[in-house]
Write a protein that binds this ligand. Structure first.
Ligand code: Z16
Length: 833
């Protein structure tokens, strides 16, 4: 029974219902009230941190009001909702975003200034919410922003990690990891201690016969861990819709079980149980594009899926609809295979707890789920060992075997006697130990499977999931090319450019219809406009230069070409290609006469990104970058012609400073390896040009902005297999220019060459899997073309403006509308007063 106030008493509630501040004065009043009462501080005792907390609390109040309205209205209209299940939400900071989305940043700036604070300093107090590794987690955050902005009734479900992605420190050129404890004084989350779900692990399955003689399964004994909900409001831009991100935190079940232990005097063991339970949501696994099959990770996955499914089913049951209407009320999107157990869990609930027949239940399940694949890299594809799953989730393993059996029976009918096909597509890989292939389970349990860029989706259909295209036909497989939210990545990160565009287009409508950017093309030849455009780029480069100076101590000249590669460090993303290119440039400049040097375009090569703590090769790449920086930056022969910078602890808030400041950025993965890439979009949207391979979304960026506005190089995806094959059979010759680079490294020019031998050997001796040598010449030549192009300032500016004008396609608003139409079948719901 819901606790609700009877109608005659509601008048008093309505009269005193919370209201929102609407101007600077009202904001100041709220700010001071929060500082003096909620925070118990005063004007004698208010630092920037208190000003941040007060401002956040004032804006939080506004969000709560609209959040409550949104949730009430969504419940009342009772239409279909989307649930986005993601183990990662890389949100970054919330305050600036809240101020802009609510449309009150100017009032806040003036108000803070009246009280003695600079808004930028206040904003900078906030700790990033870093519950993600890289692209996949940030995509989920951009999706939340677009779903709210477009008024879709949508919830995110994730885990409330006590520690987000580690903080990176560089010590003597090496990466060190420091824990990221971020939860103290987080004003953006609301604990819902009354919303809990008991989650079961281990135990065993018992078969019984019910009164009708049917065999039923019960999952008994084992351990119970409690999931507690923490809610985070997600405001849309320029709309009242404020959606919910629900994050689950684990704690020991408050059942009699532990009380018994306490009562029996077994205090130590009871405390240990508690700590054990809390371990589940303690830490984000720090791997991007890599799965390592650890039991705790599987526990995280089930814990989060089971809690979310329980919550979704509970909400559905309140509507008292028939089960076959479930898919008309609920769409669940699986962000990668991490939440695949949700498929099995829903089948378990429907069969074991609600008593549905298999086929009816399975029909509901497959209509409900959609699965997004983000990578073709084999080391990233999840497989769980059967014995591990047998032990932790015995009933789920049974269900997976049943799902597999029914699936293989239908395959057998369509492809009689094709034993090979059966073993290829089986959910169970017949290895030692046997493994559960999660991607196959996700395909079989979903009605749509999508990749994240055209090339990527094509590769899925022709390679990884080829058999499934034959079995289900091509319609189950589709493409939804990624995007980024222009609110954070243009408006928030680059206020100067956003204001200039708004001035030219007569308003900020482009932020919610990014295709309107195309109107900018009319101004490409406008001298004054170009001038302002160039000026803004310089201002943004100055802002980054200042940041670099304050964090690394290095001075960089904003007139140099800023060449940036920031993303997770991975061999397939080829930061090694970049740093080898930098060494090549260094050697070339060192060989030049004074006369020749005058023609060199000065460069700053900027790197940033984290390596997974156990990924030695990636850590070696970071080490090499830092050692090269040490040598190059203090070489008097080089001066300002080349600087190398490694920005420590790359994260979302740093990306907001970095993306607007590039002249050139690098997206240079081996063709066919990057699912989509999304930083490519952020950089182009901010007027930077890019150098890239024909990979992921680079291809569609080229289609949109035109070949003349991008620097493409390297081998094509279709040629990669053949090249690798040749290398494998000894047909390999180190590129002669790369050989010079290796010789320099081996001469100990950048410190002990032994430190980098694994890196050079992987290319020279172990088959150069990522084709660094094959692409080196093309890479260097293309960088030469970049230098030439940069000398012609006017033409460079024209390319920059034209590119931005043509980036409308890459808004996550377009992406979310495609998901809504082709996968979720949901409609927006506008929130009115
Ligand atoms: C991840 O960040 C991505 C894929 C994946 O399987 C796992 C993780 Cl943690 C990335 C892709 O590498 C990238 O190309 C893509 O843009 C991003 O997901 C969002 O789709």
């Amino acid at each position: 029974v819901e606790a609700s106030i009877p109608e005659p008493l509601r008048e008093a509630w309505r009269k005193y219902s919370a209201s929102e501040f609407t101007n600077k004065e009202e904001f100041e009043k709220e700010l001071v009230r929060h500082i003096e009462t909620t925070l118990a501080r005063s004007l004698y005792n208010c630092d920037e941190n208190a000003a941040y907390s007060g401002t956040a609390l004032a804006f939080r109040d506004r969000l709560i009001i609209e959040w409550n309205k949104t949730q009430q209205r969504q419940t009342f209209t009772d239409q279909k909702r989307v649930y986005y299940l993601s183990l990662e939400f890389l949100m970054g900071r919330a305050l600036d975003n809240a101020m802009l989305n609510v449309g009150m940043k100017d009032a806040a700036r003036d108000g803070l200034s009246d009280l003695g604070f600079r808004i930028e300093d206040v904003i900078a107090q906030e700790h990033d919410a870093a519950l993600g590794n890289g692209g996949l987690g940030r995509l989920a955050a951009c999706f939340l922003d677009s779903m709210a902005t477009l008024n879709y009734p949508a919830w995110g479900y994730g885990l409330r990690y006590r520690y987000g992605i580690f903080k990176q420190e560089i010590v003597n050129g090496y990466q060190m990891e420091v824990p990221d404890y971020w939860l103290d004084n987080n004003p953006w989350e609301f604990p819902r201690h009354e919303i809990t779900v008991d989650i079961q692990f281990y135990g065993r399955v018992k078969n019984h016969q019910n009164e009708n003689g049917k065999v039923v399964h019960t999952w008994e004994d084992g351990e119970i861990v409690q999931a507690v909900a923490y809610d985070v409001p997600i405001p849309g831009y320029g709309t009242k819709t404020t959606n919910n991100l629900r994050l689950w935190s684990s704690k020991a079940s408050s059942g009699e079980f532990d009380f018994q232990k306490f009562n029996a005097g077994d205090y130590e063991s009871a405390v240990a149980d508690q700590q054990n339970a809390e371990t589940i949501s303690a830490v984000l696994y720090p791997n991007d594009n890599l799965e390592r099959g650890k039991e705790l990770r599987l526990k995280q996955q089930y814990f989060w899926c089971a809690a979310s499914l329980f919550d979704i089913v509970r909400r559905f049951k309140k509507t008292r609809r028939a089960w076959n209407e479930f898919p008309d009320q609920v769409a669940i999107q699986l962000n990668d295979t991490h939440p695949t157990l949700a498929i099995v869990e829903l089948q378990r609930i429907l069969i074991d707890e609600e008593g549905l027949e298999w086929d009816e239940a399975w029909n509901i399940v497959t209509k409900t789920f959609g699965y997004t694949n983000h990578t073709v890299l084999p080391e990233a594809l999840e497989k769980w060992s059967v014995p591990l799953m047998q032990n932790l989730l015995p009933r789920h393993l049974q269900l997976i075997y049943d799902i597999n059996l029914f699936f293989l029976q239908t395959v057998e009918k369509r492809f009689p006697k094709d034993r090979e096909m059966l073993s290829r597509v089986s959910i169970i890989e017949e290895s030692h130990p046997k493994m559960v292939r999660m991607a196959y389970l996700a395909i079989i349990g979903s009605h749509k499977v999508n990749g994240v860029a055209e090339l990527h989706s094509d590769l899925l259909k022709t390679t990884l999931f080829k058999d499934f295209v034959e079995i289900y036909g091509p319609d189950r497989f589709t493409n939804v090319t990624n995007g980024v939210t222009p609110r954070r990545w243009l408006h928030q990160a680059n206020p100067l450019l956003s204001a200039l565009i708004a001035e030219k287009l007569g308003g900020h409508e482009f932020l919610t219809d990014l295709t309107l950017l195309d109107k900018l093309e009319a101004f490409v030849d406008d001298k004054d406009f170009r001038h302002e455009w160039a000026h803004i780029k310089t201002m943004n480069k100055l802002r980054l230069a200042k940041f670099i100076k304050s964090t690394t101590g290095h001075e960089v000249d904003p007139n140099s070409l800023f060449d940036i590669q920031v993303k997770r460090i991975h061999e397939y993303k080829r930061q090694q290609l970049n740093i080898f290119g930098v060494i090549h440039r260094y050697l070339t400049i060192k060989d030049m006469s004074a006369e020749e040097k005058k023609k060199v375009v000065p460069r700053v090569s900027i790197f940033g990104g984290k390596a997974a703590p156990g990924y030695w090769m990636a850590k070696t790449i970071i080490h090499l970058i830092n050692k090269v920086a040490d040598v190059v930056n203090k070489d008097a022969d080089i001066g300002n012609l080349l600087k190398v910078i490694f920005i420590e602890d790359y994260n979302v808030s740093k990306a907001e400073i970095i993306c607007p400041a590039s002249d050139l950025s690098e997206h240079i993965s081996t063709a066919g390896t990057e699912g989509s890439g999304t930083s490519n979009m952020k950089f182009v949207m901010n007027g930077g040009l890019i150098i890239g391979t024909c990979d992921g979304a680079n291809i569609e960026i080229t289609r949109e902005i035109g070949e003349n506005n991008i620097f493409l190089f390297g081998n094509l995806a279709e040629d990669v297999e053949e090249l690798r094959h040749r290398h494998f059979y000894g047909d390999f010759q180190l590129d002669p220019q790369l050989a010079k680079v290796f010789a320099a490294i081996k001469s100990n020019m950048f410190g002990d060459a032994a430190d980098f031998s694994a890196l050079t050997a992987s290319i020279e001796e172990h088959g150069d899997y990522y084709l660094v040598s094959d692409d080196f010449n093309s890479y260097i030549t293309t960088h030469g073309m970049v230098d030439e192009a940069f000398k012609n300032k006017e033409e460079w500016l024209a390319k920059s403006i034209t590119s931005v004008a043509r980036m409308g396609f890459f808004s996550t608003d377009r992406v979310i509308n495609e998901y809504a139409d082709s996968i979720w079948n949901v409609e927006p719901l506008e929130i009115k007063d």
